[in-house]
Design a protein around this ligand. Sequence first.
Ligand code: DGI
Ligand code: FE
Ligand code: FE
Ligand code: FE
Length: 187
Amino acid sequence: MNRDEAINIVRPHLKQARFDHTLRVADTAIELAEKNGSPADKVELAAILHDYAKYFPLTDMKRVIKENELPEDLLDYHHELWHGPVASVIVKRDYGVTDLGIQKAIYYHTTGRANMSQMETILFVADYIEPGRSFPGVQEVRDTAQVDLDQAAWMALRNTILFLVGQHKTVYPDTFYAYNDLTIRLN
Ligand code: DGI
Ligand code: FE
Ligand code: FE
Ligand code: FE
């Protein structure tokens, strides 16, 4: 699968604004890949496909989670967490994306996890810092990503956890595991 094929696969599933976000994530991810010595072509495919399932009906996502033995505890948390794992299954099943690194980057792009690969970290950070994002603190994470990818991921995780806690929302365990893992590794 090349860039154009991936774009043609996701485009019908996304609104214009989400498609534009996707292209900005891909550009940002390629820059981070080149800076960090990750394979830019794989990172680009993962980025183009990452939000494929963002607008799937909740019932369809639930079915994919149950039928493919994805962790059922996902269903106890916000449905915003479902689209990455669901997309990773579908790109493999329906579009022949066999590369496990790409599958995992898509799978974990929202929550992160402990021991993320560099490709997973790049997509996680690129999704957070792409130039269309404007949450509080994002510019500091952008600046940090230019010099230290893991530090940028740690900051994004910290910001997200603080944001969710401030909103009285739950935090999926993998997000805490990712944060703890980087906190330990960066010290
Ligand atoms: O799909 P995108 O909007 O591009 O971004 P995303 O897939 O990273 O989704 C992020 C949203 O998910 C963000 O607004 C916060 C929300 N969210 C809800 N619960 C959790 C969570 N994010 C993380 N990392 N962990 C959670 O438990
Ligand atoms: Fe997403
Ligand atoms: Fe994200
Ligand atoms: Fe995204």
